[in-house]
Design a protein around this ligand. Structure first.
Ligand SMILES: Cc1ncc(COP(=O)(O)O)c(C=O)c1O
Length: 653
């Protein structure tokens, strides 16, 4: 079943015109709730619309709730109880974190895009369950289409008539999308081994278990394809069933890790290589899959970007010692610094090591930075040259950052979170893989949910989404929010890209202002931005003048953070600004960086010891679209630094 025609036409014809500043003013509810009338109009209109839909379903059915029910005491008592609790909730929610305000520069959250918020509210009463089209005839297809929109943004093939078209789906967040990356990579790595063990004839199989386990994603998918074709060509249904069962019996997913590796003694559980900046979801994922945290090897970095030379050396060692590698994970927008790993170098390493017989997949954790890819895309999907982009910014994108984004299309899978830089409500992460054919390995054939009728086209297959995703039931409203937002703001630089452009410019302004702050207040405090930002997160390290102890510097920054953090027991309004903090761990830094940062803070080179092994620093996420309020000529960045200077002066007095 397809979507109704008007929507389908809409799908292939995103608006061609670029959005201007006026349009940006309509994007959000706004710090002051400026667009309240617009949101209210939409909510009321679509709530009424929903009610008419109910009434017009079978208008001959009379109302089941009597018209006079509202006058009855029990009804009124219930309403009163409900109102009381809702008022209590509404009052309690006033203590929420003011993500919408340009005074909030703490974590990865900001105002919500109106198209997404309205789409979510509009969809909620229909309550679609995106486990399958049976429960969500409209929003499942939207989810699959949203996956294709993201695929195009990343440079993956998005033409569903292509055999190797990409596929993406939503998940509760980046954590779950990262699990899915591990799950898919493991299934694909182990599948050629199962094919060999089942002794499938007529397919050119790798010569031994090591070669099969290292076939790499491209050959793994080719083998899967060859196997499916071979199976389809078997003369009888019974033969097909038997062969499928034989291969199934050898798969890692059937045997479990213990039995699989016992049967293949030349192999051992593979490791995952990720930078030291990797989000802790990777550690969780390794535990969840039973691979074990010990198999997650964190690579050293330089300036909070993965050290590609260290990656090369580690891969050479893995090849020499015959340690299989499941995935190399690059981070596009690290959680703490917004820095970007050299994805191009990781992809090059995959090609080089494949030629040496060590196959692995490349996954990019772009949970945070994924939507920055819109800045690099033209409406036709082509990549923008760096020179054209450079003219808008002071520093962005560096050649390394441009090369990293340009290489995204050559990776195997990506995590990207609409509920972060996509400015959408929580419950919307996304996993996207470059070649959808691999997803067949994750299919869970639950016959009671799916009718399991053989081969079909792309959309028909993924309308049975529950087969492929880690969750079961899940929100169709979240999918509607993502899809509608991408329709209103197509994922290229002229549309959606206008939002990340503002945030990158804000981060550049913040970085420059931080440097000025350091100069202006050098008599009171030594301050530095430890790593030049690649995107829109900027950290600030501080040490009170004259101090040479890490413990004292940390106590100083913690006191600053006290003033900047959310305290549920105190009214929000007493807070001027909201920031976050993190720690800089010296063992995660290259020696020259440690020396540089300590020197900038005027801390001695041996300042760290066993008791004081990290430096507490302030962290700022510059994603609010109104940090620079042109209407009123206010820079909240300027105000933030004035406030910080006041705090520092107060603490020095
Ligand atoms: C790089 C990165 N990956 C994954 C995640 C996890 O995302 P979520 O909190 O949506 O599960 C985060 C969250 O901040 C992140 O920054």
């Amino acid at each position: 079943m397809g979507l109704p025609l008007p929507l389908a036409r809409h799908l292939v014809e995103p608006p061609a015109d670029a959005i201007d500043r006026d349009a940006l003013d309509a994007c959000f509810l706004g710090p002051y709730g400026e667009n309240d009338a617009l949101l209210e109009k939409l909510v009321v209109e679509f709530l009424r619309d929903h009610v008419y839909w109910r009434r017009n379903f079978h208008p001959e059915d009379p109302p089941a709730i009597p018209t006079r029910a509202a006058q009855r005491p029990g009804y009124q008592a219930f309403e009163a109880r409900m109102r009381r609790e809702l008022h209590a909730l509404s009052a309690a929610l006033k203590k929420s974190v003011p993500f919408h305000s340009p005074r909030y520069i703490g974590h990865m959250a900001s105002d919500l895009l109106l198209p997404g918020l309205a789409a979510q509210l509009l969809t909620l009463p229909y309550n679609p369950n995106n486990v399958s089209e049976d429960a969500a005839p409209v929003t499942v297809e939207m989810e699959v289409r949203a996956g294709l929109q993201l695929a195009r943004m990343l440079g993956y093939p998005d033409d569903t008539t292509r055999a190797d078209c990409a596929f993406g789906h939503l998940a509760s967040g980046g954590t779950l999308a990262n699990y899915q990356a591990l799950r898919l990579a493991l299934a694909l790595k182990a599948f050629p081994v199962a094919l060999r063990a089942a002794q499938v004839p007529g397919i050119a199989l790798p010569e031994d278990d090591w070669a099969a386990f290292n076939a790499g994603p491209a050959r793994g998918i080719a083998l899967l394809d060859a196997w499916q074709q071979w199976l389809a060509a078997q003369p009888t249904a019974a033969a097909r069933r038997d062969w499928r069962a034989r291969v199934q019996a050898q798969r890692l997913e059937t045997l479990g890790l213990v039995e699989f590796f016992a049967r293949h003694p030349t192999l051992q559980p593979p490791c995952v290589l990720a930078p030291a900046t990797a989000h802790y979801s990777w550690s969780k994922g390794m535990k969840l899959l039973g691979l074990g945290r010990a198999q997650l090897e964190l690579l050293p970095e330089h300036a909070m970007r993965m050290d590609a030379d260290a990656l090369d050396a580690t891969l050479e060692r893995c090849a020499r010692e015959r340690v299989p590698v499941l995935l190399v994970v690059g981070v596009l927008g690290t959680t703490e610094y917004g820095t970007v790993d050299p994805v191009d170098r990781i992809v090059a390493a995959r090609e080089r090591m494949q030629a040496q017989g060590l196959g692995f997949g490349v996954h990019v954790d772009a949970a945070w930075g994924g939507y920055l890819a819109t800045l690099f895309r033209n409406a036709d999907g082509s990549l923008r040259p760096r020179d054209e982009m450079r003219m808008h910014y002071a520093r962005f994108p560096t050649p390394e950052v441009h090369a990293a984004f340009a290489a995204l299309g050559d990776t195997d899978s990506v995590t990207v979170d609409p509920h972060k830089l996509g400015y959408l409500p929580y419950g919307a992460g996304a996993f996207v893989c470059r070649d959808h054919r691999a997803m067949a390995l994750l299919a869970e054939e639950a016959d009671y949910v799916f009718d399991g009728t053989g081969a079909e086209d792309y959309l028909a297959r993924y309308r049975r989404l529950g087969q492929f995703i880690p969750e079961g039931s899940k929100s169709g409203a979240a999918a509607a929010a993502v899809f509608v937002t991408h329709q209103v703001l197509p994922l290229d630089h002229a549309h959606f890209g206008q939002l990340p452009k503002q945030t990158v410019l804000a981060a550049e302004a913040f970085h420059a202002r931080a440097q000025r702050f350091a100069l202006e207040h050098a008599d009171l405090v030594h301050a530095c931005v430890p790593f030049a930002p690649d995107s829109n997160l900027v950290c600030l390290a501080l040490n009170p003048a004259g101090n040479s102890e890490v413990a004292t510097a940390n106590a100083f920054v913690r006191r600053l953070h006290e003033a900047l953090r959310c305290e549920p027991q105190r009214p929000l309004q007493v807070k001027e600004f909201f920031g976050s903090m993190t720690t800089l761990r010296p063992h995660a830094l290259a020696a020259d960086e440690r020396t540089r940062i300590l020197a900038q803070l005027r801390l001695p080179a041996d300042a760290f010891d066993a008791d004081h092994d990290r430096l507490v620093i302030l962290r700022h996420t510059l994603m609010n679209p109104y940090l620079i309020d042109r209407e009123n000529g206010i820079s909240y960045i300027e105000r933030h630094f004035e406030y910080l200077a006041g705090l520092v002066r107060g603490m020095a007095a």
